[in-house]
Design a protein around this ligand. Structure first.
Ligand code: CP
Ligand code: NVA
Length: 316
C-alpha cells in the first residue's frame, strides 16, 4: 500500500504516529494545495463531508484553518464550542464521541486533556484531528516545517532552538516533529521547565534514526549557530495563574535583538506559533523585524490543516 492509501481513514493525534515519509507527504500535499489556491484553484475532495470542530479553548488560527480548509474542499464545518455541547460535563466523552461519529465524517478537537482526543478517536469511528491539547499541538508543527522548507529549501541538518517554556505542548510537539525530520533541536529553558525525560528519550530515538540531535540546555550560548529561533507564550491556555512566576524565571530567555545576534548568523529566522505576548517571550523589534516569518507560518496553518483533512478523509 502507498502512503496515500495508508493515510486514508487515520487519526491525527500526535506526530509520534507518523513516519518521516508520511510527515513529508503532508508537507508536500500542503505545498501543492497552497500553490493551487494561489492560482485560484480549490478542490472538492471533502464534498458531502460534515466536519465537527470541538473547541474547549479559544482559537484564531486553528479554528479558521479548519473552517476555511474544509470549505475550500467542498465540506461543511460545524463549530461546537465549550458552552454548546455537554462534552465531559453532562455527557461522557465516550458517549459524545459515539454520537458525533454517527453524524460527522471527521472530528477536530482542541482542549485540555490529551486523553479526551484519544477517547474521541477510540469511540467515534471517524478520523479525529488534534487541534491542541495540554500536551501536544501537532498541526502547528506541520505549518512550522512547511515554513522552514519554503524558506531554506531543505529540513535535514537545520539547527532549531526553541526558547522558553520547555515543557508545554509546543516544546513537546517540536521535539517529536523536528526529531523525526532530522532537524537538530535544542530546548533552551531553565531547569524547572525542562521537558519530561521519557519524551526527550523518545525524541532522541527519532532523531538518531534521522541523523540529528536533541539537546536540552539552560545555557544561552546554545543559540550559537541557530538557523531558527522559536518561542511560545510563557503561560499557556489554562495556566494563566502562573504568568507572574513564569515572567520572573523566563525573563533571561526572551527572544530579543541580543539573542538574535548571539546566533552568530545573519540568516537566522524567527518563528512563533502565535498568539504572542510582545515584551514577554519576544520583543516587538524581533517579531516585526526582517528575520520574522510568523505570518507566513500562520498562513501555513491553513494549507497544512487542509492537507491533513484531505489526506485522511478526502477523495482526491
Ligand atoms: N497557533 C495556534 O494554534 O493559534 P490559535 O490558538 O489561534 O489557534
Ligand atoms: N502553548 C500555547 C500554544 C498556543 C497555540 C498554549 O497552549 O496556549
Amino acid at each position: 500500500m502507498g502512503i496515500k492509501e495508508d493515510l486514508h481513514g487515520r487519526n491525527f493525534i500526535t506526530l509520534k504516529d507518523f513516519t518521516p515519509e508520511e510527515i513529508q507527504y503532508f508537507i508536500t500535499l500542503a505545498k501543492d494545495l497552497k500553490d493551487k489556491k494561489k492560482q485560484g484553484i480549490t478542490g472538492n475532495s471533502l464534498y458531502k463531508k460534515n466536519i465537527a470542530l470541538i473547541f474547549e479553548k479559544p482559537s484564531t488560527r486553528t479554528r479558521s484553518s479548519f473552517t476555511v480548509g474544509c470549505l475550500d474542499e467542498g465540506g461543511h464545518p460545524e463549530y461546537l464550542g465549550r458552552d454548546d455541547i455537554q462534552l465531559g460535563h453532562k455527557e461522557t466523552v465516550e458517549d459524545t464521541a459515539r454520537v458525533l461519529g454517527r453524524m460527522f465524517d471527521g472530528i477536530e478537537f482542541r482542549g485540555f486533556k490529551h486523553e479526551t482526543v484519544e477517547k474521541l478517536a477510540k469511540y467515534s469511528g471517524v478520523p479525529v484531528w488534534n487541534g491542541l491539547t495540554d500536551d501536544f499541538h501537532p498541526t502547528q508543527i506541520l505549518a512550522d516545517l512547511l515554513t522552514m522548507y519554503e524558506h531554506f529549501g531543505y529540513l535535514k541538518g537545520l539547527n532549531f532552538v526553541y526558547v522558553g517554556d520547555g515543557r508545554n505542548n509546543m516544546a513537546n510537539s517540536l521535539m517529536v516533529g523536528m526529531g523525526k525530520m532530522g532537524v537538530n533541536i535544542t530546548i533552551l529553558a531553565p531547569k524547572s521547565l525542562w521537558p519530561k525525560a521519557d519524551l526527550v528519550e523518545l525524541a532522541r530515538v527519532y532523531a538518531n534514526e534521522a541523523g540529528s540531535t536533541v539537546t536540552i540546555s539552560d545555557d544561552l550560548d546554545s543559540v550559537v549557530g541557530a538557523d531558527v529561533i522559536y518561542t511560545d507564550v510563557w503561560a499557556s491556555m489554562g495556566e494563566e495563574d502562573k504568568a507572574a512566576e513564569r515572567i520572573a524565571i523566563l525573563k533571561p530567555y526572551q527572544v530579543n535583538e541580543a539573542m538574535m545576534k548571539r546566533t552568530g548568523k545573519d540568516s537566522t529566522v524567527f518563528l512563533h506559533c502565535l498568539p504572542a505576548v510582545r515584551g514577554n517571550e519576544v520583543t516587538n523589534e524581533v517579531i516585526e523585524g526582517p528575520a520574522s516569518l510568523v505570518f507566513d507560518e500562520a498562513e501555513n496553518r491553513m494549507h497544512t490543516i487542509k492537507a491533513v483533512m484531505v489526506a485522511t478523509l478526502g477523495n482526491y
